[in-house]
Design a protein around this ligand. Structure first.
Ligand SMILES: Nc1ncnc2c1ncn2[C@@H]1O[C@H](COP(=O)(O)OP(=O)(O)O)[C@@H](O)[C@H]1O
Ligand SMILES: [Mg+2]
Length: 584
């Protein structure tokens, strides 16, 4: 007996529809993509009940004639490609001709359209894939697509839709992603009478980015562009401080198409590298332009995945574009912002400022913000006023003092720097240890009286097995008998360490057994730095503070501790003036 059957066309099209459209947000994505492809510069999305009851997308694009209206809901009907070779060079967002028929199969749909320059428009009604009517109608130039009762005929699917709020969140996300690369198009999202999103057309990416990520991010954003042969990467990266616990502000585009790709996310994370705390994601918009022949966009019906011919090259280009840009951001310890142009002026500036460390009230020349723009020469920043410059012998950073035995306060050219002493010292110990370990030149200090360690059986097993590896890190441990071990030598850089907890954390890292040598070295050094660094709550003398800051100035990454926490916060005079309402 025959057991294989051909599915009815209706069922087959419902199944196919499920691949393209799985929730209201994917409907919104397909429809806004179509509006963008149609050349619209104003797109309005209205939803009800998270899009479950209604999704209505109106645009002022080229519109469709009656014949096109009848065709557009046929499967694989598209105006965007014609031949297989076109597929290699897709410039539009759509090209599969699947979206409208898919939606038509699983909703009650109505498309009203008037082609630009024509007088009569048409309205097509179709429900559950069944054509109901096509009629003449008056309409504004452009296209209005209404989708009602999504999945009304697929109860199993409808059941899986989430609460209206959740679906709305997804729609906001989809529109944000669609809007980012098209600042010339105005986007609006309304939920019933509520306006949720209003992105006015402006033409410049930065203001679109501020609209989507917030003004603060917009102001801090770092722009960069790099070319690697025919691959170009344009990026708008928020400083690591703005990192979030979710990766929802990673906006990635390949030839204008928004994609979500774990591999690119990984490249972005690697580009930020140690500037990020574990589990944090940066805010960034990344535009990759690449020869269309180098990619395949036809991987998945949602077109959000992409395959690269040379994935490694793309990965490395992203990492280095981001890392290069972040490295260029001015940082007070990098030797330029913090001090003048002399060779090693951080040290000089700081040391020579030890003696004149006092909290002073600078002679403040205040001029309201409105006046400032009229007379740009007259600036309010004290460091640039003649009187203050004279009072600041030597020009450069000056340590004000230690706050709560935890933070070092520093006057710098344009304001105040608050340095976390533990994080700063962690960074210094980390880089120094790492350098000497990789050069196998770590200075080891024998302990006069060996430190006795009582370990658990598990820890004992690890130490007995990996004792040699520990020696490589400058740690010498001998088995004394039973569960007792003697710590005989440690890296000289480590001081005031609680050896018991240090060794037990150290052993845990070994136990987890990262096969990658570099990763293990990094973990070990991070741990040593954490234990060996000056603690919060520890009093520091002027001299110790200034030595710490000058050492920090020589580090490769003086902005973040090895765990990615920020080392300092910078408050400019301008920010303070705003805080005290001296300017508005
Ligand atoms: N908003 C719109 N304005 C003008 N034409 C549209 C619009 N939406 C769809 N179309 C037309 O309908 C066709 C089918 O759309 P769709 O099913 O999304 O497939 P695709 O976008 O892959 O071509 C498009 O190729 C286009 O010609
Ligand atoms: Mg489409």
């Amino acid at each position: 007996m025959n057991t294989i059957r051909i599915l009815s066309e209706k069922l087959a099209s419902q199944i196919a529809a499920g691949e393209v459209v799985d929730r209201p947000a994917s409907v919104v994505r397909e429809l806004t993509d179509n509006s963008i492809d149609a050349g619209a510069d104003r797109i309005v999305v209205r939803i009800e009940s998270g899009g479950k009851r209604l999704i209505k997308v109106s645009d002022n694009g080229i519109g469709m004639s009656k014949d096109d209206l009848l065709l557009c809901v046929e499967r694989h009907a598209t105006s965007k490609i014609e031949t297989a070779s076109d597929l290699l060079n897709v410039k539009s967002l759509g090209f599969r001709g699947e979206a409208l028929p898919s939606m038509a199969a699983v909703s009650r749909m109505q498309i009203t359209s008037l082609p630009q320059g024509r007088l009569t428009g048409h309205r097509l009604k179709i429900s559950g894939g069944k054509m109901l009517a096509i009629e003449e109608t008056g309409a504004p130039a452009g296209t209005i697509v209404e989708i009602k009762d999504l999945f009304f005929n697929l109860p199993a699917r409808r059941k899986f839709l989430r609460a209206a709020r959740t679906e709305t969140d997804h729609i906001v996300d989809v529109i944000s992603r669609a809007a980012m690369p098209f600042p010339r198009i105005g986007f609006r999202l309304e939920d019933g009478v509520k306006k949720i999103l209003n992105l006015s057309a402006s033409g410049d990416t930065l203001s679109r980015l501020s609209g989507l990520m917030g003004r603060k991010v917009g102001e801090a954003i770092m722009e960069g562009e790099e070319k690697y042969g025919d691959l170009s990467i344009k990026l708008y990266a928020a400083p690591p401080d703005f990192a979030r616990s979710r990766g929802d502000r990673l906006f990635v585009y390949v030839n204008g198409r928004n994609i979500r790709d774990r591999f690119i996310t990984k490249a972005i994370m690697d580009g930020y590298g140690k500037r990020l705390m574990r589990g944090r994601y940066p805010q960034i918009a990344l535009f990759i332009d690449i020869d269309p022949l180098e990619i395949d966009v036809n991987v998945h019906p949602t077109k959000q995945e992409i395959r690269f011919r040379n994935a490694r090259k793309v990965f490395q280009a992203i990492v280095s574009a981001i890392a290069n840009r972040l490295a260029r951001s001015p940082q007070p310890f990098s030797g330029q912002g913090f001090i003048g142009s002399e060779a090693v002026p951080v040290r000089k500036g700081l040391l020579s400022s030890i003696s004149d460390s006092f909290i002073s009230e600078p002679p403040w020349e205040y001029s309201p913000g409105s006046e400032r723009s009229d007379s740009p020469d007259q600036t309010v920043y004290p460091s640039r006023t003649a009187s203050l410059e004279q009072s600041m012998v030597p020009a450069g950073p000056r340590i004000i003092g230690q706050l709560g035995n935890t933070y070092i306060l520093c006057q710098v050219e344009d304001g105040l720097l608050i340095v976390d002493q533990h994080a700063a010292h962690e960074r210094v110990v980390y880089e120094n240890l790492k350098r000497s370990l990789s050069a196998s030149r770590v200075e080891i200090q024998g302990l006069l009286i060996p430190h006795e360690l009582e370990l658990s059986t598990k820890e004992k097993r690890v130490i007995l097995g990996k004792g040699d590896r520990l020696r490589g890190f400058g740690i010498e441990i001998d088995h004394f008998g039973g569960n007792t071990f003697l710590l005989r030598a440690v890296p000289a850089l480590l001081k005031n360490v609680d050896w018991n907890s240090f060794i037990s954390e150290f052993v845990t890292e070994f136990e987890e057994g990262t096969p990658d040598e570099d990763a293990l070295l990094d973990k070990a050094v991070t741990l040593m730095a954490c234990h060996g660094a000056i603690r919060a709550g520890q009093h520091l003398s002027q001299e110790e503070m200034s030595r710490l800051l000058s050492e920090l100035g020589e580090m490769d990454l003086p902005t973040n501790c090895p765990h990615g926490r920020p080392i300092f916060k910078h408050f400019t005079y301008y920010e303070m003036e705003k805080m005290f309402k001296r300017v508005v």
